[in-house]
Design a protein around this ligand. Structure first.
Ligand code: FAD
Ligand code: MLT
Ligand code: ZN
Length: 467
C-alpha cells in the first residue's frame, strides 16, 4: 500500500500524469480569493479526453474523490480541494482544434484559456463574445462549468448561449460526446444544459463547440459620470432606447474608484471631481467615419436629459482600453488589498438605487469594512464587495460573514433577485441556495447528482453538502 500518488501512478501507467511534489501540488490548492484552501495528495494532469476518462476510472477504483480545476479563477471555492480530494487539472487540454467558417463555430479543448481563444478568433476576423477580467487565466471548461457571464451578457448572453456541443467525462469514466455545431437540434432533452453551470459536480467537460461571431465593424466606448444613482433605471431605459448596438453597460461607484486610486496611485482619475458613480457604455456600430459622431450625439441626449453630468468618449483604442482598465483595475485592487466578503447578486433594474444604498448601510452597520459596489449594470448584476479594513482581525472579519450573507440574500430574495448572478454557488454560497431555489428544485438537483455520480466522487460538497 503506497501513497495515493503511488497507487494512482501504478494504476495509470502514464509518466508525467501524476504530480506529487508538495511544492508543485501547493500551486493548485488555494483559490483566487485566498479564502479557500485545502490539501491534495496529488494533481492529475491529463493531456486528452482518454487520459481524463482513465484518471476518473482510476480514482473510482481507488475510492478517491476529484476536484476538476481549470484556471482556478472561480470565486466561490469550488475549484480547490477541501477534504483531501485529488485535483484533476484540465490545463493541458489546451488545443484549439477546428474552426468552421460556414457556421462560425470553433471546437476547443476544455483547457483553452479565454484570451487565447480571443486571439485565435481575432486573427480570423471573428470574436468570442464572452469576456471577463480573468481572461488571461480562466479556461473554457471552467467557464462552461460556471456558466460565466462577464461584460457582454447584455448583448450576447452567458456561456450557455455560446455552447453548441459538448464532450463530458462522467463519474464512471463514460465519455458523453455531442460535439455538433448545429444551431437547431431538437432531439429530446438537450443534455449539454445539464452540465453547463453544474460546477464540476456532474461531469468533467473535456471539449466544446462554441458559437463565434463576425467581429463588429467598430466599437464605441464612453465613461459617463452620474451625479445621482437614483435615476439609474431611467438611464438604463434611455440607453437601451438610443443605443441599438449596446454591448456593455458597467457601473463603478465612487468608493470603488477611490479604493482603486489608493491601490494604484499612478492611475489617473477619470474626472476632475468624484461623482457618485461612473458608467461604462460600449456600443457596436458600423465602420463609417461619422459613427463616432453619431455615438456622441446619442450620448449627448443622455446628458441633456440630466441623466449624466459629464462624459469621456474614447477617440482611440488606447483610450477605450484606459476606460476598461478602470473597471478591471477595481476587481484586481480588491483582490490584492485583503480579505473580502464577496456577494454577486442580481436585482431588477427598478430596485437598483435603493439596493445600492442598502448595501452601503449594511456594510457600515457591520463595522470595519469598506463597501465597494460595481458590476454589470445592464444585467442588474451588482458585485457587493465588503473589504476588510486593516484594523479588523482576520477572525473578526470572518465572523461577520454569515450575518451579512443572511441579510443581503434575504433582501435580494424579497426583491425577486438572485443570490448568485454569475459566479455560481460552490462552497461559499451553498448554505443560502434556498433563497433563490425552491425545495423542489434543490431536490431535483440532488437527484441529478445521485443519478450521475452515485458515489459522490466529483467535486463533493459543491452546491450542497454531500449526503
Ligand atoms: P476554475 O476556477 O478552475 O473552476 C470553477 C468551477 O468549475 C469549479 O467548481 C471547478 O471544479 C469547475 N470546473 C473547472 N473546469 C472544469 C471542467 N473542465 N469540467 C467540469 N468542471 C470544471 N465570472 C463571471 O461570470 N463574470 C465575470 O465578469 C467574472 N470576472 C472575473 C474577474 C476576475 C479577475 C476573476 C478572478 C474571476 C472572475 N469571474 C467572473 C469568475 C469566473 O467564474 C471565472 O473566472 C471562470 O468562469 C472560471 O473559470 P476557471 O477556468 O478559472 O475555473
Ligand atoms: C467582475 O465583474 O469583475 C467579477 O465578476 C469579479 C468580482 O466580482 O470580483
Ligand atoms: Zn462580474
Amino acid at each position: 500500500m503506497g501513497s495515493v500518488a503511488e497507487r494512482l501512478s501504478a494504476e495509470l501507467e502514464r509518466p508525467g500524469l501524476v504530480l506529487s511534489e508538495p511544492a508543485e501540488v501547493a500551486a493548485y490548492t488555494t483559490d483566487w480569493t485566498r479564502q479557500f484552501s485545502g490539501a491534495a495528495p496529488c494533481v492529475l494532469r491529463p493531456r486528452d479526453t482518454d487520459e481524463v476518462a482513465r484518471s476518473v476510472r482510476a480514482c473510482r477504483k481507488l475510492g478517491l474523490a476529484l476536484v476538476p480545476q481549470g484556471g482556478n479563477t472561480g470565486l466561490v471555492g469550488g475549484s480547490v480541494p477541501r477534504a483531501g480530494e485529488v485535483v484533476l487539472s484540465l490545463s493541458r487540454l489546451n488545443a484549439i482544434e477546428a474552426f468552421d467558417a460556414a457556421s462560425a463555430s470553433i471546437q476547443v479543448q476544455a483547457g483553452v484559456v479565454l484570451q487565447a481563444l480571443h486571439e485565435d478568433l481575432a486573427a480570423r476576423g471573428h470574436v468570442f463574445p464572452v469576456d471577463l477580467g480573468a481572461r488571461g487565466s480562466c479556461q473554457i471548461g471552467g467557464m462552461i462549468a460556471t456558466n460565466a457571464g462577464g461584460i457582454k451578457v447584455l448583448r450576447y448572453g452567458h456561456m450557455r448561449e455560446q455552447v453548441l456541443g459538448l464532450e463530458v467525462v462522467l463519474a464512471d469514466g463514460t465519455v458523453l460526446s455531442n460535439l455538433n455545431s448545429l444551431k437547431k437540434n431538437n432531439t429530446g432533452v438537450d443534455l449539454k444544459h445539464v452540465f453547463i453551470g453544474s460546477e464540476g459536480m456532474l461531469g468533467i467537460i473535456t471539449r466544446a463547440v462554441l458559437q463565434a461571431r463576425p467581429a463588429p465593424q467598430a466599437v464605441q466606448t464612453a465613461l459617463l459620470a452620474l451625479d445621482t444613482r437614483h435615476r439609474l433605471p431611467e438611464l438604463l431605459t434611455l440607453l437601451r432606447e438610443r443605443l441599438r448596438g449596446l454591448s456593455s453597460l458597467e457601473i463603478i461607484t465612487r468608493d470603488s474608484i477611490a479604493f482603486y486610486k489608493e491601490q494604484e496611485p499612478s492611475a489617473r482619475a477619470p474626472f476632475d471631481k468624484p461623482y457618485p458613480a461612473c458608467v461604462i457604455v460600449e456600443e457596436e456600430t458600423g465602420a463609417g467615419g461619422n459613427e463616432r459622431d453619431a455615438f456622441v450625439e446619442r450620448l449627448s441626449g443622455v446628458i441633456e436629459a440630466g441623466l449624466a453630468a459629464d462624459a469621456v468618449i474614447a477617440g482611440s483604442d488606447a483610450q477605450a482600453q484606459a476606460i476598461w482598465r478602470l473597471r478591471d483595475g477595481v476587481t484586481e485592487a480588491i483582490s490584492r488589498a485583503g480579505l473580502t466578503h464577496k456577494f454577486d447578486v442580481t436585482v431588477p433594474p427598478g430596485a437598483l438605487p435603493g439596493f445600492l444604498d442598502e448595501m452601503e448601510r449594511l456594510g457600515d452597520a457591520a463595522g470595519d469594512l469598506r463597501t465597494l459596489l460595481f458590476g454589470h449594470l445592464g444585467d442588474g448584476n451588482v458585485h457587493v464587495n465588503m473589504v476588510q479594513k486593516p484594523e479588523l482581525a482576520e477572525q473578526a472579519f470572518y465572523a461577520k460573514g454569515p450575518a451579512l450573507a443572511e441579510s443581503i440574500y434575504s433582501h435580494v430574495a424579497e426583491l425577486n433577485g438572485s443570490i448568485s448572478a454569475e459566479h455560481g454557488i460552490g462552497i461559499a454560497k451553498r448554505a443560502y441556495l434556498h433563497h433563490s431555489r425552491s425545495a423542489e428544485e434543490i431536490d431535483l438537483m440532488r437527484g441529478l447528482k445521485r443519478l450521475l455520480d452515485p458515489d459522490g466522487m466529483l467535486n463533493p460538497g459543491v452546491l450542497f453538502k454531500s449526503d
